[in-house]
Design a protein around this ligand. Structure first.
Ligand code: IZC
Ligand code: ZN
Length: 415
């Protein structure tokens, strides 16, 4: 078969394929990196890849050859936890935040998530769309080719649907693939403060509509002290499952609420945050299919402790890393920065970090058969970095290392 494009002279090709564990490796260092690699692309798929000379039968019929000049190539990065679609920003709370006012206190007095709810309610669908597109353009330039995007700033039937509709439109109107999550249970709005049951019912009443219009694939809850209890969360998750939604959870972010244990019990795709996970929680995730989705940018931004990533990985938990991009607790779309924080603060190793933003991130959104590694038949999503080895990308922090980004076999960003 003819290839449309061959990228050759790749110094390190992080295929991200999972290998069997070698002695001395952690449970997450088992990914393949080929020296002097090449990739052949046909249409929107990877057709072949390997190390050494590109086979002459491949070169002969290829339309285009691209010299990677000895640089690193990785699968397209996946940001598997974002609050992408929202109105406004929250720099008005910044001074309080850096002076130590806790995140949950700001929420309690009607700020935080609730201030973004106000701005999101006031914005039109087109305004939300344009703002999200701008963010996605930045993400793409940073090597991100797939993004999970949650609702949860409407907390009102119509506005939640408006956010989800923006997710749907984004999938048609720009390059990054959007994975849509319904998170009506993100906070209890002021008007339902004394009537939580009614609010929960109102959000659950949206499930048949969401199912019918295919507006979301996942269901998420902020299971946290002062937000939704573990019991309330469990009830909502069970209901969402009935409508075919896949589950993920904001778990043990600030206080331990046994969120990790709940994720295991209900066979969720991911348990996210986990800064306050207990040893029992780690035990629950160990050898389960639940991905521990860590968001160290949030710890950095809130000045809080970091999730015990080393302990989790050394106990066999599979970890993903994401930005948590949102206007409050983590206002950055820079997944490369998150990877660098993971190295410096979570003490994660380069191969572990690469696995966390590719294959494991793909698993956490149920896309591991299509994306997350460079393998025959998977989507041709990949990044050429202006770096000769993966360590350089992590060590040299705060700058964008991408040179070229490909999505579905097409060049979508060039430095
Ligand atoms: O807007 O603060 N943690 N939800 C749960 C968030 C952070 C987003 C926000
Ligand atoms: Zn979040």
């Amino acid at each position: 078969m003819n290839a449309d494009l061959i990228v050759y002279n790749i110094g390190q090709l992080v295929t991200g394929r999972e290998l069997s564990l070698k002695d001395g490796e952690s449970s997450m260092e088992n990914i393949e990196i080929l020296e002097n690699g090449y990739i052949a692309i046909s249409g929107n798929e990877i057709m072949a890849f390997g190390a050494g000379e590109v086979p002459s039968k491949l070169v002969k019929f290829t339309t285009k050859l691209l010299d990677a000049e000895g640089c690193v190539v990785t699968p397209g990065l996946i940001d598997s936890h974002t609050h992408l679609v929202h109105g406004g920003s929250r720099e008005n709370e910044f001074l309080d935040k850096i002076q130590g006012v806790p995140y949950l206190d700001i929420l309690e007095r009607g700020g935080g998530i609730l201030s973004t709810v106000k701005a999101t309610r006031e914005a039109t669908e087109d305004e939300l769309l344009d703002k999200a597109k701008k963010t996605l353009r930045t993400m793409l330039s940073l090597g991100v080719t797939t993004v999970e995007s949650k609702s949860g700033y409407g907390l009102d039937s119509e506005i939640e649907l408006k956010q989800l509709k923006v997710n749907e439109r984004l999938n048609h109107e720009q390059e990054i693939e959007i994975v849509s999550t319904f998170m009506g249970a993100h906070a209890v709005p002021k008007e339902y403060e004394n009537n939580r049951e009614e609010f929960i019912k109102k959000m659950l009443d949206l499930l048949p509509i969401i199912k019918e219009r295919k507006l979301a694939e996942f269901f998420d809850v902020f299971c946290e002290k002062g937000v939704f209890t573990t019991e309330e969360s469990k009830k909502m998750f069970k209901e969402a499952k009935k409508y075919g939604l896949k589950l993920r959870i904001h778990a043990d972010e600030i206080e331990n609420t046994k969120g990790a244990e709940l994720a295991k019990e209900l066979h969720m795709y991911s348990a996210d945050h986990l800064m306050a996970i207990s040893d029992e929680g780690i035990k629950a995730l160990k050898n389960s299919k639940v991905i521990a989705n860590l968001l160290p940018g949030t710890s950095f931004s809130l000045g809080k402790e970091y999730a015990p990533a080393r302990k989790m990985i050394d106990n066999g938990v599979q970890v993903a890393l994401s930005t948590d991009y949102n206007p409050g607790s983590c206002p950055t779309e820079n997944l490369q920065l998150i990877m660098q924080i993971a190295a410096l603060k979570l003490k994660m190793r380069p191969k572990e970090i690469l696995k966390a933003v590719t294959l494991n991130a793909a698993r956490s959104i149920g896309r591991e058969k299509k994306i997350g590694s460079i393998e025959e038949g998977k989507k041709a999503d990949f990044v050429i970095f202006d770096a000769k080895n993966i360590e350089y990308i992590l060590y040299r922090f705060g700058v964008n290392h991408t040179k070229q980004v490909f999505k579905n076999g097409c060049l979508v960003y060039k430095k």
